[in-house]
Structures are given as structure tokens and as C-alpha cells.
Write a protein that binds this ligand. Structure first.
Ligand SMILES: C[S@@+](CC[C@H](N)C(=O)[O-])C[C@H]1O[C@@H](n2cnc3c(N)ncnc32)[C@H](O)[C@@H]1O
Length: 211
């Protein structure tokens, strides 16, 4: 199969190649962590919320291929912007409200994402859901999730919504990882995660293991 050579590379080499050709907002050590965590998955699928141009998606998918080849669901409206056409997007102290969201332009930036996915030959296991997370969950086939990576809207209400809607699919022992965990909204949502339900773990990316 074309692209099989990618599977001969180390995680570090894969991350170097992805970083060199795909724009994204995930650091190399974080990409490597995603790759290694994806490689370990065998009992459930991987779901990513917030795929943008595909940097983290490709790291997850290549890790999965180096491991047990579990499917990767990539959730993003691909609306060409930060996801929410809302001027408060970068105001991280603003908590946001799902009621104020405008659902427009879905899919306009899907092509560059999919071109990147094909460039790395992972289109056979990556399943895009072109939708905001809170709507995508209704289209999701409901498969048990072993690794959930949340990197969508970073305002508190949306992060909390992502956790509330998607963590019920996690298998026991499954991992939810949250990018940019020091952002005000992300941190607040993490702080509110019940330690009886989740073991919280610091790493290149903050994550929590479902008990
Ligand atoms: C920080 S970027 C993701 C970066 C990406 N993980 C990477 O590797 O570069 C945030 C992404 O979240 C998406 N997004 C925003 N709100 C969302 C929502 N409610 N559901 C799903 N995705 C959302 C945006 O469209 C954007 O592509």
C-alpha cells in the first residue's frame, strides 16, 4: 500500500514530517504524545474534537496505524475560522454560551484538511464529522471511545459541553485529553471533573483516565 513507509518511521520522525507540512496548533511533544497514546488503543475508537487542518488528526491516525488500526473520528465544523464566528473567541475569560452560536459556513475549509489526510495516507481510518461537537454527537455512531482528544472551542461552556456529551462513550480506563489546559475555560472545566470518575494526570497534554 502506498505510504506504508510511514509506518517504518519512529514516532519522532512521524511528528517531524507532519509538523513540516501541515499547519497546526499542537506542539511536537504533544503530537508525539498523541501518536503514542493512539498506538496503544485496541478496545475502542479515537475521537478528536477540533481538527483544523489535520495536524493532530494525522498524528493520532498514524499512531493508530502503528498500533491496532482503530478508527479515528474527526469532529470539526471546518468553517474556515476558529470554529465560532464570534468576536469573543479569543477572549478566554468569556465563558460563552451555546445559545449564542451561529452555525454557518460548515465545510468551507474541509478540503485542505482532507488533502492533508490523504497526503499521509490515513483516509481509510479517519472519519470526518463536519459539524459542531454538540451536533456531531447526534451523527456519531456511538462506538465505545478509548481516546478522546478535546481541542475545539476553549471557552468554559463549550469545553464542559464537550466533556458532558462525549465522555459517556469512554470505556473504563479510556482517556480524555484536553489541549491548552491552562486556558481559563479549559482549566475550569478540568477543575470541575469529578475525581471519583476520573484520575487526573499531567503530561505533555493534560489527560484523565475514566475509572
Ligand atoms: C485550536 S484549533 C484545533 C487545532 C488542531 N487540533 C491542530 O492539530 O492544529 C480549534 C478547532 O476547533 C474547531 N471548533 C470550534 N468549535 C468547535 C465545536 N463546537 N465543535 C467542534 N469543533 C470546534 C475549530 O473549527 C478549529 O478547527
Amino acid at each position: 500500500m502506498v505510504g506504508r513507509w510511514l509506518l517504518l518511521l519512529s514516532g519522532e520522525e512521524v511528528v517531524e514530517k507532519v509538523h513540516a507540512s501541515v499547519p497546526g496548533m499542537v506542539q511536537k511533544d504533544e503530537c508525539l504524545w498523541l501518536y503514542e497514546m493512539a498506538k496503544l488503543c485496541s478496545k475502542g475508537v479515537i475521537v478528536e474534537i477540533g481538527s483544523s487542518a489535520g495536524m493532530s488528526t494525522i498524528c493520532l491516525a498514524l499512531g493508530s496505524k502503528a498500533g491496532n488500526c482503530v478508527d479515528v473520528y474527526a469532529v470539526d465544523p471546518f468553517n474556515g475560522g476558529g470554529g465560532t464566528p464570534d468576536p469573543t473567541w479569543w477572549d478566554m475569560s468569556h465563558e460563552g454560551s451555546p445559545d449564542q452560536k451561529y452555525y454557518v459556513n460548515q465545510g468551507v475549509s474541509f478540503k485542505p484538511f482532507w488533502d492533508n489526510i490523504k497526503k499521509f495516507h490515513v483516509e481509510d481510518i479517519v472519519h470526518p464529522i463536519i459539524e459542531y461537537s454538540e451536533l456531531a454527537v447526534k451523527k456519531y455512531p456511538g462506538k465505545p471511545i478509548e481516546l478522546l482528544f478535546i481541542d475545539g472551542d476553549h471557552r468554559y461552556n463549550y469545553v464542559k459541553l464537550d466533556l458532558d456529551l462525549w465522555t459517556p462513550f469512554l470505556i473504563p480506563g479510556g482517556i480524555v485529553a484536553l489541549h491548552d489546559s491552562t486556558y481559563v475555560g479549559v482549566k475550569r472545566a478540568i477543575d470541575e471533573m469529578d475525581p471519583m470518575d476520573f484520575e487526573k494526570i499531567q503530561g505533555p497534554i493534560f489527560h484523565a483516565r475514566k475509572r
